[in-house]
Design a binder for this molecule. Structure first.
Ligand code: GDP
Length: 424
């Protein structure tokens, strides 16, 4: 029995879903422990191509139990749509392979409304929210003003709780934002439409996981978003509103004492970032367009073009440290095949001085990248499956990154398909 967390080292979109889909073969249970429907994990397998927002990426494997832990933002509407999309492609989903924590909080209709209202208020100072209601949701959770999924089984108490929350929320909607109030009828309809339909999946997942561990079952913890978007350690305030780092996995899963034996940090062979905020290594113009096109860098959830840049050693080393990664999966190496010379951001310049330390968020705006170039390999590597078959220049690129970030690169991914990878 061993547990593993698969986490992002950078700004998200590193290819975590693809790695979870690949590695679930070795695990009995996959748990999503934070975040909501605001990100997309792309998975390509025998059922087709999917952008999973809430469903754990182990959902495609027969015999694997998938759990949405207490730490997630449980968007029932989103989840039900996703279940339909996936089952329409022939994947079976039932309470046997999907369980929702009774302690997960429900993302309610006003969370999405408030997200949009706040982004509109911020106008040109916006944070680049995906408008899925995540920030208002987590703010409410920490104010103890959310409804737990398990409350759906206690109708009388639920209605009273919702009425109290509705009264409070309407003060904010109407007085702060001048928006329409929410009615109890709307909330009751929401419970009927969505709450009732997720009820079969809701149970005491903490107890289930505890017993599974006792029975020697292995667990894979799946993160959403990367270390640089972590609420406490990321590029605050351009972070997400929950903790994406591996050490939060036991808490957000409902297994506070879980030992994580292996932390696989996913790093893209170059950098991408969606939304606002400092992105020191950002490239612009034709160079950026070429990389964006080569990697097809458009958001899985929003379709927004991603900002792109060379791999950022300073940020990646920091991400490895905050995740306490034991291994790295380097993805999308194939995308760099078109380059004669490959740029790498090796250091930052801060106040005219070279630094290897990832700066405090407020200092990031003035940081400048120091770029070095490594040799490209200029041939298609997407069919390569053995390390020794990779061109020497590609091996050198991987080894250079490995040495600089101080963590073994165990997997090298050369295509989006499940089997397109090299194990070292
Ligand atoms: P996640 O949120 O971390 O799972 O990442 P995303 O799904 O947002 O973005 C990763 C994208 O890269 C998806 O479109 C994947 O299909 C694709 N992808 C993952 N690994 C590779 C790879 O090694 N090569 C190529 N060409 N594409 C990959």
């Amino acid at each position: 029995m061993s547990n593993c967390a698969i986490v992002g080292i950078n700004w998200g979109d590193e290819g975590k879903g693809r790695m979870v889909d690949l590695l679930t073969e070795n695990y009995d249970i996959v748990v999503r422990y934070q975040g909501g429907g605001n990100a997309g994990h792309t998975v390509v397998n025998e059922f087709g191509k999917f952008a999973l927002h809430l469903l754990p990426s182990g959902i495609f494997r027969k015999g694997v139990v998938n759990v949405l832990g207490n730490g997630v933002a449980l968007d029932a509407q989103n989840l039900l749509e996703e279940i339909k999309t996936v089952t329409d492609k022939g994947v079976s989903i039932s309470p046997d392979n999907l369980m929702i924590s009774d302690r997960a909080s429900l993302l309610l209709p006003w969370h999405r409304d408030l997200d949009s209202l706040e982004e509109a208020r911020l106008a040109d100072k916006k944070y680049g929210s995906t408008k899925q209601g995540i920030a208002p949701f987590y703010s409410d959770k920490y104010q103890k003003k959310t409804v737990l999924a398990g409350e759906l089984f206690y109708k009388t108490e639920l209605m009273k709780h919702l009425a109290d929350l509705c009264e409070w929320k309407n003060l904010i909607l109407t007085r702060v934002y001048g928006a329409q109030p929410v009615t109890m009828d709307e909330l009751i309809a929401w419970v009927e439409d969505y709450g009732e339909k997720i009820k079969p999946y809701i149970c005491d997942t903490s107890k289930y996981l505890h017993n599974a561990q006792k029975d020697g079952k292995s667990i894979l913890f799946e993160a959403q978003l990367g270390a640089l978007r972590d609420l406490d350690f990321g590029i605050y305030p351009y972070t997400t509103s929950s903790n994406a780092i591996a050490s939060y996995a036991p808490v957000g899963s409902g297994l506070p004492g879980a030992r994580i034996d292996e932390v696989i940090g996913v790093v893209k062979a170059y950098s991408t970032c969606v939304g606002e905020g400092p992105f020191t290594c950002e490239m612009f113009g034709e160079e950026a367009d070429a990389l964006r096109e080569a990697g097809f860098e458009y958001g899985a959830k929003t379709g927004r073009p991603r900002r792109v840049g060379p791999i950022d050693i300073v940020a990646t080393r920091y991400g490895v440290r905050m995740q306490a990664a034991t291994d790295i999966a380097l993805t999308k190496l194939d995308v760099l095949s078109y380059l004669e010379k490959i740029p790498v951001c090796t250091h930052y310049l801060l106040d005219g001085k070279q630094t290897d330390d990832f700066p405090f968020p407020a200092a990031l705006d003035s940081a400048k990248p120091v770029i070095e170039y490594l040799d490209g390999w200029n041939c298609d590597i997407s069919g390569v499956r053995r390390w020794e078959d990779l061109p020497k220049a590609a091996q050198k690129y991987v080894e250079f990154i490995e040495k600089e970030i101080g963590c073994p690169i165990t997997y090298v991914s050369v295509g989006p398909e499940r089997e397109a990878y090299i194990k070292r």
